[in-house]
Design a binder for this molecule. Structure first.
Ligand code: AHG
Ligand code: MN
Ligand code: MN
Length: 338
């Protein structure tokens, strides 16, 4: 029986490193930090309910949202791993209002800044639906020997050197890009390794899934409601009506659409004119991934990765997924009202 060659994430990253003359090796090390934290969070997610990490932490975060215990635990694990690794000089986290400057990170290697959503889909923790971690990696602009500045952190998505996510679902997967395509790795707990399972992921140009919280449609623009009606029209040639799929964990909706094709929309609404999802650690990393997989991400008109961030926790409206579906949504949503 032909034994399948197992390629671990660590091997894959170092092989990619050898192919990239500009690589210095630090990125490999910072990925080790992320992998370590991901395995720890995965261990705790898999036994949530047996240990006291379900339910609320009794606090609210900078977003004014109720913090879940698993949010706190995941945040602490990723901050600890990144701070001890020695390659990260600052962290932007959904759970922390200010920049987390890593102490004594004035080593030459401490040049990376990580923006992260330590646990995406918190509302699904207690009901055992898929949740995830999202991360985005930049190189600092200011010299290593100086303090990390806000300008180091507020870089547009085009400057990302890597982005990825871990999805704690029916299996635990890590999907990432460094600008050389998108690859997916599934955690084999029996050997404690993420193994290559989805090489060269590409998103279909067309799909038949749309993901949006239609419960908010009374607050949507007329043009967006026109697009949603378009999704529901019967037209065999364009695979309509589409199927509505909305899990309430951005990472889970995104991952399904990445593999099957589809569009995810978190739009501007009357009460949230900038939408809900955060530019730095939800929209930018997944925009990098979807573009590397042949898809598209914009705020309705402007490519997400071209938006210059003004605040760490800035929200932006988001249309992301199959290129032709995002283009169609943009066409309908930007059409001048008759
Ligand atoms: P987080 O748990 O990190 O705050 O993210 C939750 C986000 C996103 O994962 C999901 O798509 C969205 O909130 C759901 O929002 P609604 O419940 O308003 O649809
Ligand atoms: Mn989130
Ligand atoms: Mn979160």
């Amino acid at each position: 029986m032909k034994t399948q060659k197992v390629v671990t994430l660590t091997q894959f990253i170092s092989e990619q490193q050898e192919l990239n003359p500009a690589a210095t090796g630090n990125l490999t090390r910072i990925f080790q930090d992320i992998i370590l934290a991901a395995k720890i969070v995965n261990r705790d997610v898999r036994k949530a309910g047996l240990v006291d990490i379900l339910g609320t932490h009794g606090t609210t975060n900078i977003q004014g949202e109720e913090v879940k215990k698993l949010d706190v635990m995941a945040n602490e694990e990723f901050i600890a791993a990144l701070s001890l690794g020695g390659d990260c000089c600052a962290i932007i986290s959904e759970e922390n209002e200010e920049i987390i400057r890593v102490p004594n990170s004035n080593r030459a290697s401490s040049k990376y800044i990580v923006a992260m959503d330590p646990l995406d889909g918190s509302s699904n923790i207690d009901v055992n639906a898929s949740i995830g971690t999202i991360f985005s990696i930049f190189s600092r602009i200011s010299p290593v020997s100086t303090d990390v500045t806000l300008e180091d952190c507020l870089q547009k998505g085009r400057n990302q050197i890597a982005a990825g996510y871990i999805i704690y679902g029916s299996s635990t997967m890590l999907v990432y890009t460094t600008g050389q395509g998108v690859n997916g790795f599934t955690l084999d707990s029996s050997i404690g390794e993420f193994c290559l399972s989805h090489p060269n992921i590409t998103i279909p140009k067309n799909g038949s899934i749309y993901s949006i919280n239609e419960g908010n449609s009374i607050e949507f623009s007329d043009a967006l409601n026109t697009y949603i009606s378009y999704c529901k029209e019967s037209d065999k040639a364009s695979n309509r009506p589409y199927s509505a799929r909305y899990i309430g964990s951005f990472i889970a909706d995104f991952h399904r659409n990445l593999l099957k094709g589809g569009i995810f929309i978190y739009p501007a609404t009357l009460s949230s004119p900038n939408g809900k999802l955060r530019l730095m650690y939800e929209c930018n990393p997944l925009a990098f991934i979807v573009e590397q997989a042949g898809g598209k991400a914009n705020n309705g008109t402007t490519n997400i990765m071209d938006i210059i961030p003004k605040q760490l926790h800035q929200r932006v409206p988001l249309f992301i997924g199959s290129e032709n579906m995002v283009n169609k949504a943009e066409e309908i949503c930007s059409a001048k009202p008759l």
